[in-house]
Design a protein around this ligand. Structure first.
Ligand SMILES: N[C@@H](CCC(=O)N[C@@H](CS)C(=O)NCC(=O)O)C(=O)O
Length: 277
């Protein structure tokens, strides 16, 4: 118990502390005039190699691996810790000021897409790839995709924030979000007990979106919480994440817009296939 009594009307008169205090604010919109660069390819991605960003670079690499030349892309780096998501050019593509944001310059007018789930659907439909056509299978795919979009904020904004980024470790939120994340892992584990991929035998955009968050959680070091969450006990999730992670497009996509970790895995910007070779 902190004894904190909320005021009648909340005012932004103090920094809250924690990793993101410098970029978090209670208002939306552009904070400075700044155009975005546009490269030579049909698709312009403005992003960073976080789990939400990785979803899109994996998808683009999958599309290229399937032979869709129209999925060639420029991946520009948006440094969210330096506030680049609040530049006027970025805000015109994503009024929500969060990566990833995509601009399709092959359409007239250009098509902007924001929210990683919407970008996956847009690309899957544009190239008719990694999305089932049968209505029943499509509904299952959208269900898991939307599950991820709704669930991940509890993992990242809830568990990850309070376990890693908050200025102190508070018992109540850590317990609350740990309970929820373990429940989510159990949901995934039970689903994957009888299925090779999230929707059955076929890999699709729901696997890409869920892998990007829960893969690094169970087979890598996301939030350094592997022991705390006992991730090994979600055996089906671990088995599935390992299979997804072996895909060449996943290996490539994970490196794009990455600016941390081992040097050989960092490709801050991607403007040509050879940037990843
Ligand atoms: N629901 C959004 C979430 C995007 C998101 O939270 N992006 C984070 C990085 S992973 C971001 O840009 N944060 C910057 C900020 O909050 O200012 C999506 O899936 O695209």
């Amino acid at each position: 118990m902190t004894g904190f009594v909320p005021p009648k009307v909340w005012k932004w008169d103090a920094q809250s502390g924690g990793r993101f205090e410098k970029i978090n604010r209670p208002t939306a919109g552009a904070q400075e005039e700044k155009e975005l660069p546009i490269g030579k390819h049909p698709l312009q991605l403005y992003s960073l190699g976080t789990p939400n960003g990785v979803k899109v670079t994996v998808m683009l690499e999958e599309l290229l691996a399937f032979g869709h030349g129209g999925a060639e892309y420029d991946a520009w780096l948006i440094k969210i810790n330096e506030g680049e998501q609040f530049g006027s050019g970025f805000v015109s593509i994503n009024p929500n000021s969060k990566i990833p944001a995509l601009l399709d310059v092959s359409t007239d007018p250009h098509t902007r897409v924001f929210e990683s789930g919407a970008i996956l659907v847009y690309l899957a439909e544009k190239f008719n790839e990694l999305i089932p056509t049968d209505p029943c299978a499509r509904a299952e795919c959208f269900s898991w995709l939307m599950w991820q979009m709704g669930a991940a904020p509890f993992l990242g904004g809830g568990f990850g924030h309070f376990y890693v980024y908050a200025p102190e470790r508070y018992e109540y939120p850590i317990n609350r979000y740990t309970m929820e994340v373990k429940r989510q892992l159990d949901v995934l584990d039970q689903n994957l007990a009888n299925r090779r991929f999230m929707c059955g035998d076929e890999y699709n955009i729901s696997d890409i979106s869920i892998y990007s968050w829960y893969g690094p959680l169970v087979i890598r070091t996301l939030y350094k919480a592997q022991e705390f969450l006992d991730v090994e006990s979600y055996r089906n999730v671990v088995r599935w994440a390992r299979e997804v992670e072996e895909r060449p497009a996943v290996i490539r996509g994970r490196r794009v817009n990455r600016t941390w970790g081992p040097e050989e895995l960092q490709v801050p910007e991607r403007h040509d296939t050879s940037d990843l070779d």
